[in-house]
Every structure is written in structure tokens, then in C-alpha cells.
Design a protein around this ligand. Structure first.
Ligand SMILES: Cc1cc2nc3c(=O)[nH]c(=O)nc-3n(C[C@H](O)[C@H](O)[C@H](O)COP(=O)(O)O)c2cc1C
Length: 134
């Protein structure tokens, strides 16, 4: 597992909507906007599944995600890759549901996608673009 640096955590905190990419078992890619991506600790991201169809189907057969962290205020761009657990009951699930419902009571909050971060890459253009940071 890797631990995000303060620079990357700060960038993460500036983003409102994250592009979340998954792939089927056969490698067919899928990318969607996700607003509820929360950094729970230095190596864990929670994504709330409210409306996922293809993303969830993909994650059930291929538990890998890629997310990039960029916005006008991030001061850089970082690509995060990780492996997920799909959680639909228990303490973590209930916690995700209560966070989602505190923000917007009507949302389904049907599954918690817990991402354990495995790799981070430089994603800004120029020198070092694409390089693995850790
Ligand atoms: C700005 C924005 C934020 C969104 N945030 C979420 C989210 O946090 N969770 C979610 O399940 N869907 C969210 N959605 C909706 C999904 O992106 C949308 O339902 C998408 O079609 C799911 O695609 P899929 O079937 O490929 O998984 C958001 C959409 C937008 C435009």
C-alpha cells in the first residue's frame, strides 16, 4: 500500500468531481464522473455507489480503478490506481450511507466502493509526465 503525500491530499481536497475509470474482464474501458469520492485516510478512498451500472458490473469482475485528480486549484495532476472492495453491509457501509444521506437524504447509497491505493503517477504535462511517484 502507498500513502498519499500532503501535496496530493491537498490536490484531492480541491476536486469536486472525479473521473473514475474501470474496465471489464475483457478490458473494455468505462469512465464516469463521481462526486462522492472521499479520502478516508492516506491510503483509502471511499466512493459511494448511487447510480453505478457498468462501473459496478466491471468492478465485480475486475476490481481495479484509476482516478485522476485535477482541477483549476489542484496545483498539479495525479493519477491514482487502486484495488477495490465492494461493501454492501456492515459498519463501513452504514457509515458511508450516513455521510451520503447527511449531504443528500434521497440518494440510494447502494454500495460502498472502498479503494486501497496501490500506485500514484505524475499526470501533469512536461518533465516527469507519466512517471510513477510511488
Ligand atoms: C457531477 C456528477 C457527479 C456524480 N457523482 C456520482 C456519485 O458520487 N456516485 C454515483 O454513483 N454516481 C454519480 N454520478 C452519476 C454517474 O456518473 C452516472 O450514473 C453514470 O452513468 C454511471 O455510469 P456507469 O453505468 O458506467 O457506472 C455523478 C454524475 C455527475 C454528472
Amino acid at each position: 500500500m502507498v500513502k498519499l503525500t500532503e501535496e496530493i491530499k491537498n490536490a484531492f481536497s480541491k476536486v469536486k468531481t472525479f473521473p473514475v475509470a474501470t474496465a471489464s474482464r475483457d478490458g473494455i474501458p468505462n469512465v464516469v464522473p463521481m462526486g462522492f469520492c472521499r479520502l478516508m485516510d492516506d491510503e483509502t478512498i471511499w466512493i459511494a455507489d448511487n447510480f453505478m451500472l457498468k462501473s459496478l458490473a466491471n468492478l465485480k469482475e475486475n476490481p481495479h480503478v484509476a482516478i485522476y485528480v485535477w482541477g483549476p486549484d489542484t496545483g498539479g495532476c495525479f493519477q491514482i490506481k487502486g484495488k477495490v472492495d465492494i461493501i454492501d453491509s456492515g459498519e463501513k457501509f452504514e457509515k458511508m450511507k450516513s455521510i451520503v444521506h447527511a449531504a443528500k437524504p434521497g440518494l440510494p447509497a447502494k454500495t460502498l466502493i472502498e479503494v486501497k491505493i496501490s500506485e500514484v503517477f505524475q499526470c501533469s504535462p512536461g518533465q516527469g509526465a507519466g512517471n510513477k511517484l510511488f
